[in-house]
Design a protein around this ligand. Structure first.
Ligand code: FES
Ligand code: FES
Length: 161
């Protein structure tokens, strides 16, 4: 199959690469760009482990062709922290033990990041709605919700606790 040029900005870095048009965004992020923080769980759009932020909105990267993201800006979990400085949400996840095996954590962080950007002070119900669809096979939902709520309550600040 003829390859096509993909120009995509991921975590503020522009990448230009030739890909087969059928390749999924999740595949290109992981296999071509080495960003393996994006997880592939079900590959059918059901688990949201592969969530990334595409032009400001969360998408399931297993359900998007990479070529559809031509010219787009993507943020993956690797692009949340600024160097060694974690985001408030990442710090809160750590403090609340909001991960067990960690497989869902990237998707959870990206969904919650988008939620907090759109609604900085969500209620518990709104948090549940915001991460609705992100499956945690370890069933760590309570600590995840507490972690997001703590950020929503202003207990964590950018660049420090
Ligand atoms: S791997 Fe994409 S939704 Fe499950
Ligand atoms: S921490 Fe294991 S799937 Fe969520």
């Amino acid at each position: 199959m003829e390859k096509r040029l993909l120009r995509i900005t991921v975590n503020d870095d522009l990448h230009e690469l030739y890909i087969e048009p059928k390749r999924l965004l999740a595949e290109v992020l992981r296999d071509e760009l080495g960003l393996t923080g994006t997880k592939r769980g079900c590959n059918t759009g059901a688990c949201h482990a592969c969530t990334v932020i595409l032009n400001g909105k969360t998408v399931k990267s297993c359900s998007v062709l990479a070529i559809q993201a031509d010219g787009a800006k993507v943020r993956t979990v690797e692009g949340l922290a600024q160097g060694a400085v974690l985001t408030p949400l990442q710090k809160s996840f750590l403090d609340h033990g909001a991960y067990q095996c960690g497989f869902c954590t990237s998707g959870m962080l990206l969904s919650a990041t988008t939620l907090l950007k759109e609604n900085p002070h969500p209620t518990v119900e709104e948090i549940k709605e915001g991460i609705h669809g992100n499956l945690c096979r370890c069933t760590g939902y309570n600590s995840i919700i507490r972690a997001v709520k703590s950020v929503a309550e202003g207990k964590y600040k950018e660049g420090g606790k």
